[in-house]
Design a protein around this ligand. Structure first.
Ligand code: NAP
Length: 281
């Protein structure tokens, strides 16, 4: 049976460290503050927002919720972004995307001050991930993958990592973050040939394809560590990931459950970014 890499354990340990840092900041007169900017009420956004609120409360971060109606105009959105950029009491901003279709997502993304970009959506943040500098904040889910591996003391240096997915939110940034940890990284995508054979070469397999159950026994071998980033509602109404867990789990050494794996660490990473931004301010 594989070891389960439980996100809650990693998140709890991180939360305890962050709470101490938040207290220290407050003693020195800084109240760490995250603004959440949401347009409309998409179920995904609301679910993430609930998780973020809970996590921030545990750490001792103040959250300011800025909610615009679904039919908000571009000017109203840009005005809110500008005012959060300028507000010195706000250390970080989490702006939910995708925005409703009538809004210019790209303009909104570009308007956010990279120093306040807590989820790696601006070019400034992505450039920092690319350059391997600590000037920005990587996308939270990508950073959560690395944090989970580190929490469980999974060796990364020198190991062969295969990432399925090349999105700007997960695939590319997690590949670069693991490269910075000295892994040998292969990035796969929908045009990759012989995908199962490439996956079987991995010591660590990160699956972020957004396709429910696409990775099964054919793509894994004994001794591997598997991070399943996918989240889907299965045909039975339960949450499931990109791997066929029942098939993969008996073969590999360790695997993240879905739910309760990578996703559970994401809000702890968000909180860590806010604390870091508060320290830098
Ligand atoms: P995305 O933008 O749809 O990207 C999916 C990537 O997977 C693309 O690069 C795509 O390749 C590749 N891919 C798709 N089908 C493939 C196949 N059959 N073989 C090989 N590669 C394939 O998705 P995303 O935003 O990165 O999200 C990935 C998953 O993570 C989703 O299930 C999402 O719900 C989940 N997620 C989880 C969290 C969390 O906190 N746990 C947070 C965000 C997202 P091409 O580039 O060639 O199209």
């Amino acid at each position: 049976m594989a070891m389960l890499l439980k996100g809650a354990d990693a998140a709890k340990a991180l939360t305890e460290q962050l709470r101490e840092q938040a207290e220290e900041l407050k003693k020195n007169g800084t109240e760490p503050c995250l603004a959440i900017l949401r347009v409309g009420a998409r179920e995904d956004d609301l679910s993430y927002e609930r998780g973020a609120l809970k996590r921030c409360e545990k750490v001792g971060i103040t959250v300011r919720q800025v909610v615009l109606p679904e039919d908000a105009g571009q000017q109203e959105l840009m005005d809110n972004i500008r005012s959060l950029n300028e507000d010195e009491r706000v250390h970080g901003v989490l702006m939910f995307r995708p925005l409703p279709k009538h809004l210019d997502d790209e303009a909104a993304r570009r308007a956010l001050d990279p120093r306040k970009d807590m989820d790696g959506i601006t070019d400034g943040s992505l450039a920092a991930v690319y350059a391997g500098t600590d000037g920005g904040y990587p996308p939270c889910t990508a950073a959560a993958c690395v944090a989970l591996l580190k929490h469980y003391n999974v060796p990364i240096k020198g190991k062969r990592v295969v990432v399925i997915g090349r999105s700007l939110v997960i695939g590319k940034p997690v590949s670069l973050l693991l490269l910075a940890e000295h892994a040998t990284v292969t990035i796969c995508h929908s045009r990759s040939e012989n995908l199962p054979a490439i996956c079987r070469e991995a010591d660590i397999l990160v699956v972020a394809a957004g396709k429910a159950g696409m990775v099964g026994a054919e793509s894994v071998r004994a001794g591997q560590i598997v991070l399943d980033v996918g989240i889907h509602v299965g045909a039975d109404g339960n949450l499931c990931g990109d791997t066929r867990f029942a098939e993969v789990e008996p073969i590999v050494e360790a695997i993240t459950p879905v739910p309760g794996g990578v996703g559970a660490v994401t809000t702890a990473i968000l909180a860590s970014h806010v604390i870091e931004a508060a320290k830098r301010s």
